[in-house]
Each structure stands twice: as structure tokens, then as C-alpha cells.
Ligand binder design. Structure first.
Ligand code: FES
Length: 143
């Protein structure tokens, strides 16, 4: 995972393994908004309104504003799976907000019954090359 700054906010770029992507399906029933019909501050781009919340051609790459939709803390990564403090025993990897305990999966989708009301935002982005991403702009224009 790489963290960059965009408009004063942390943007996380996470390359997920095939196992990590497979784990998202297991979470569909447990997350509050599986296909990102709602959003926090940035309307979800159409290409991210899916289970992986990513572009089809680079499904493994998640680009997300790393800010919790509850009161704006920055969640910490908890990529290890299984039982551990403050997380459920069947944890598949994701993020934990240290402020009030909201949990997010590896697509930054918030789990049900947590204080955060929405998934973390996916900003507009596009690939300029396989290893180069432009954040804040896509085919529809600039955010
Ligand atoms: S700010 Fe993240 S749970 Fe409250």
C-alpha cells in the first residue's frame, strides 16, 4: 500500500492479491453498502460501483481517500486475517478506525452497524500507464 496526498487528504493505493480480492465476496452480506450506492464526500465514479470498487482493467488496485466517514479519523490497515483485538474472529483483512471502531473491508466498504455511515470515498482516477495513476481526474473530467 502506498499513501499519497491529494487536496490535503491521504489517498491510499492498495494492490490486492487474488486472495484479498476473493475475500471481498465473503463480505458482501456483512457490509452496509456493497455496491457503493451512497457516498461520503465524493460521488463514487461509475467504474467503482462494484464489489472491488476498482476499474475492471486494474481490478486489483484500490484507490481510496483514507478518511473515515464518521468523524474524519484515518483508519489503520489491518491486513492480517483471523481473530485479533477489536476485530471479529472471522476477519478477512481490511481497516479499523481507531477513533470509534468502524471497520472496513479491503475495498474500504464499511461493515454494518458501525458508526461510519458510508464507505470511504473513491476519488476519480485513471491509469496513464500500468504503473502510473492520475488522481482527481478521469474520462469525465476533473473532480
Ligand atoms: S471517526 Fe471513524 S469511527 Fe468515528
Amino acid at each position: 500500500m502506498k499513501v499519497v496526498e491529494w487536496r490535503g487528504k491521504p489517498v491510499w493505493i492498495l494492490r490486492r492479491t487474488p486472495e484479498m480480492l476473493a475475500s471481498l465476496k465473503k463480505n458482501d452480506e456483512k457490509v452496509a453498502d456493497p455496491n457503493s450506492d451512497k457516498f461520503f464526500q465524493i460521488e463514487t465514479p461509475a467504474y467503482a460501483k462494484n464489489e472491488t470498487r476498482s476499474r475492471k482493467e486494474h481490478e486489483e488496485v484500490l484507490v481510496v481517500v483514507g478518511i473515515c466517514s464518521h468523524l474524519g479519523c484515518s483508519p489503520s490497515s489491518r491486513f492480517a486475517t483471523g481473530a485479533q483485538p477489536n476485530l471479529p474472529d472471522d476477519w478477512n483483512g481490511g481497516f479499523l478506525c481507531p477513533c470509534h471502531g468502524s471497520t472496513f473491508d479491503l475495498a474500504a466498504r464499511v461493515f454494518k452497524n458501525k458508526p461510519a455511515p458510508a464507505n470511504m470515498d473513491v476519488p476519480p482516477y485513471m491509469f496513464l500507464a500500468d504503473n502510473r495513476i492520475l488522481i482527481g481526474k478521469d474520462e469525465k473530467g476533473e473532480a
